[in-house]
Write a protein that binds this ligand. Structure first.
Ligand SMILES: [Zn+2]
Ligand SMILES: [Zn+2]
Length: 290
């Protein structure tokens, strides 16, 4: 469903900011904030959509201001293999709650109706995903390339190294950013901004599933588009933009909030953009394949 030569081909619609990875108390033992309070924090922070992704539990709250996407964070019985499962049809992800094998989970749930994301690949305490494991696993849509909780745990919150490894190994997968909300202080560390046809669960889900979104830890993009071989990225508050190619190679840098490149200039399987703002704020586009 992703148009890999141009994930941003659909240019109509509205930009909506959202977080897909949210734990609440008491449904997640690690969660510290009640579900109603969690919803109001995201509503007040101006979010357009949210998924509550409690551990092995489908929580289905209601909100008048947020588009809600049903979600679950699955884990193996040994505590590893965290996987974000999302669907507008909850019945397609509920069977995961009793599954124990991750390959079976991914093979069974992989479909048009569900979105499957491997979470926090650079959490080091319990090595969740070595890059070879990510390469071997089937049927998932993407990985978290940013997970805010790993800022305060062992590891590195950014995992674009593993993303480039997978993309360079021939895997076409999407990059997501998440708060992995557990505490109030986890709010707004990383998010996805979709370009959706409307503010409905189905439209937000479709934009996520087809890659018409960018991820951010603080930089806002205003447009991303491709015209033949020319790709343009425009940001509101970016100060430097890097074009990155196969193997994670830096192809070109501009000290500007806007960049246009001719992808045919390079011998690269794909190109993606990392946008740097003030301090540690960044944004990332999805990859465009050549
Ligand atoms: Zn997790
Ligand atoms: Zn989590």
């Amino acid at each position: 469903m992703v148009n890999w030569t141009n994930p941003y081909a659909g240019r109509d619609g509205i930009w909506l900011k959202g977080n897909l990875h949210t734990h609440t108390s008491p449904a997640s033992a690690c969660g510290r904030v009640a579900i109603d309070k969690t919803l109001s924090l995201y509503e007040d922070a101006g979010y357009g959509f949210l998924s509550i992704s409690d551990h092995m539990t489908l929580s289905q709250p209601k909100s008048e201001r947020l588009v809600l996407i049903p979600g679950i964070e699955w884990n193996r019985p040994d505590g590893g293999g965290h996987t974000g499962l999302y669907s507008c049809r909850p019945n397609s992800i509920v069977p995961a709650i009793t599954m124990k094998d991750q390959e079976e989970l991914l093979a069974t749930l992989s479909s048009r109706d569900s979105l499957l994301i491997l979470n926090h690949p650079n959490w080091q305490l319990r090595p969740h995903y070595r890059r070879e494991e990510l390469l071997a696993l089937p049927g998932y849509d993407g990985i978290e390339i940013f997970n805010g909780v790993i800022k305060r745990l062992e590891g590195y919150e950014i995992s674009t190294d593993k993303w480039d490894y997978l993309l360079s190994s021939g895997r076409r997968i999407l990059g997501f950013a998440s708060d992995d909300f557990h505490l109030e202080s986890d709010l707004s560390t990383g998010w996805n901004v979709v370009r959706a046809e409307s503010a409905s669960p189905e439209a937000v889900f479709a934009a996520l599933k087809c890659g018409n979104f960018y991820t951010s830890s603080g930089v806002d993009l205003t447009d991303i588009y491709r015209e033949k071989n020319y790709i343009t990225v425009e940001s509101a508050n970016g100060e430097e933009i890097q074009a990155i190619g196969s193997g994670g190679r830096l192809l070109e840098t501009v000290k500007d909030c806007r960049m246009t490149v001719d992808i045919s200039k390079w011998d690269t399987g794909y190109i993606r953009f990392a946008i740097y703002g003030t301090g540690s704020a960044m944004a990332w586009t999805q990859p465009f394949f050549n």
